[in-house]
Ligand binder design. Structure first.
Ligand code: FE
Ligand code: FE
Length: 309
């Protein structure tokens, strides 16, 4: 007779034969926009989420116009696989030559719907030194941006959105076998960027398998459940959720907290709600970040629509 497994054992063993990496859907931004619109209904931050949906729509248009980027040459891809290096390195790579055109196209598409601060910043864009914009974009890719300038602070989500278009197009030019495997850490194996959140998938991705979603290129990498993504610790992992008046406020979203490194990364579950999107559901549950922050955990996820000075 086989031994009964605890829920933890089942979750840890799920995905033994899961695909290690997943490329983004070619419709990733359209799906995200649809989820953002759904989440905006009756939400305290409805205007913000509705604007984020407009921005995601514009990203989808630009992604489709651009198509998948030609991949790095075979020798470079082989080196990356051998040494476990991300082939679309976001930290040291140069910006694509036309990145500024992508930024301007996004600005033009969203400016009629943008909040006043962003409208003013977009109006100032033609006079803004290109070199400073490029420096800000590179800083956002490295994760060390200094947003003390109010115009730069207002433009940061637009720059983040343009970088997502470029890196998602590049990811769509890869084959899953081009991405190094065997990593369960806090950096995207395709581009090296941090995650936005993680997602428990259903269907073709394997039922109940957890993937971590990249904040930049939207690739996903498999990480065993009940494990801290940033530090790999498996002991004392706990989950926190938002409670509303009549029960859980966002039942498909939990914060996975680690007592070792004090990181908190959200986990969204398709088992609870098949429509979840790691990026959209993260934006709609900022109250959960405040809750875990008060409990002493720092936010490990990065969302490129969300910047603080
Ligand atoms: Fe990535
Ligand atoms: Fe940890």
């Amino acid at each position: 007779m086989s031994k009964l497994l605890s829920p933890e054992e089942i979750a840890t063993q799920a995905g033994g034969d899961a695909t290690p990496n997943r490329l983004p859907s070619p419709r990733v931004f359209a799906d995200r926009a649809a989820r953002l619109r759904q989440l905006a209904q009756g939400h305290a931050m409805a205007d913000f989420l509705a604007f984020a949906a407009r921005l995601a729509d514009a990203q989808q248009t630009l992604l489709e116009r651009r198509g998948p980027t030609a991949p790095p040459d075979e020798a470079q891809l082989r080196r990356c696989r051998q040494h476990g290096m991300p082939p679309l390195d976001a930290h040291g790579a140069a910006l694509p030559a036309d990145w500024m055109a992508v930024l301007h196209d996004l600005a033009t598409a969203v400016v009629p719907h943008a909040p006043a601060g962003l409208q003013n910043a977009i109006a100032a864009l033609p006079d803004f030194p290109e070199e400073r914009l490029a420096a800000l974009a590179r800083a956002i890719l490295r994760g060390d941006e200094d947003l003390s300038n109010p115009i730069e602070l207002a433009l940061a989500p637009l720059i983040g959105a343009s970088l997502q278009v470029l890196w998602t197009a590049a990811a769509l030019g890869l084959a899953t076998t081009d991405i190094p495997t065997g990593f369960e850490g806090g950096q995207c194996p395709a581009c090296g960027a941090p995650p936005v959140a993680s997602i428990v998938r259903i269907g073709d991705g394997g039922h109940g398998v957890r993937y971590v979603t990249c904040s930049l290129c939207a690739c996903e990498w498999h990480v065993t459940r009940i494990k801290c993504v940033p530090c790999q610790n498996t002991r004392g992992i706990a989950y926190q959720a938002l409670e509303g008046a009549g029960g859980p406020a966002h039942p498909a979203v939990k914060a996975e907290t680690c007592p070792d490194c004090h990181a908190s990364l959200k986990i969204v579950s398709m088992e609870t709600d098949p429509a979840v999107d790691a990026f959209a559901d993260d934006l709609a549950t900022l109250a959960l970040d405040m809750l875990v922050d008060e409990a002493g955990f720092h936010r490990a996820g990065r969302n490129l629509f969300l910047f603080l000075p």
